[in-house]
Design a protein around this ligand. Structure first.
Ligand SMILES: [Zn+2]
Length: 246
């Protein structure tokens, strides 16, 4: 497999391999700006698609640098860079807070293809978990939706319950950078479901890809990653969007 960089267009066209997924996503309304999208199935309208900026090899290298002094990470990558007010930010917020669950799996497949440009596929895909309460109120875990799209694309196991987020934590989105590091240090633990216990013995020596929707300070990825490394996993991380600025 060739792992050199292959730039990907964020725009879907009928003859591309995205056509099938985009057909499922398409609802006629752009999830980023709310305008009509015409007759060609696509993730966003043309104007929003032009605003999406894929993370470059350099962007991903910087992410890895930022994380590698905190956790032993093999590689780190993102699909999009998300400055404040960008379309990428609107899309991850639509998935996370706007109930657009159907965006998760096809965007996850895009993330898998974007990562394929640089790195070999992992053996396991593991999403950052939500608290049970948040899961109940939202109805789905957006990171698990993305991870599911990636796992399906590669045909590998998705370990949705390998990690657990403790109940009673504060919402990280409302905290400052410094507070996030302190808070996230106590928010996660190993999964306790029967399935996760079985799988937890299988992580040693395997390339495990930790998936989240957005990376701001990396505090969440750091704490979850530490738990996976404790189990002997060869850790990589990928997010839908690397948030820039406040
Ligand atoms: Zn739009």
């Amino acid at each position: 497999m060739n792992h050199t960089y292959r730039p990907k267009s964020p725009i879907s066209v009928p003859e591309s391999k995205w056509f099938g997924w985009m057909s499922m996503v398409w609802s006629g309304i752009c999830p980023a700006c709310g305008h009509g999208m015409g007759v060609i199935p696509a993730l966003t309208c043309l104007y929003c698609a032009l605003d999406l900026r894929c993370a470059s090899e350099l962007d991903c290298g910087n992410m890895r640098e930022e994380l590698s002094w905190r956790i032993p990470v093999q590689d780190a990558s993102a699909l999009w860079m998300a400055p404040s007010g960008s379309v990428a930010e609107a899309l991850y917020k639509a998935l996370k807070f706007g109930g657009k669950r159907h965006l998760g799996s096809p965007i996850g497949a895009m993330m898998a293809d974007h990562r394929d440009g640089w790195h070999p596929p992992p053996h396991r895909v593991i999403p950052v978990p939500l608290t049970p309460k948040r899961m109940w109120s939202r109805g789905y875990n957006q990171a698990a939706e993305l991870a599911n799209g990636m796992a399906s694309r590669w045909g590998i196991p998705l370990l949705e319950y390998a990690l657990r987020r403790k109940e009673g934590g504060l919402n990280l989105a409302r905290l400052g950078r410094r507070e996030r590091f302190v808070k996230a240090a106590t928010d996660f633990e190993h999964g306790t479901s029967p399935a996760s216990l079985v799988y937890s013995q299988d992580l040693a020596g395997l390339r495990c890809l930790l998936v989240d929707d957005v990376m701001t300070t990396g505090a969440t990825l750091e704490q979850c990653g530490k738990l996976l490394v404790e189990r002997g996993a060869l850790l990589s991380v990928m997010v839908l969007a690397r948030k820039l600025g406040k």
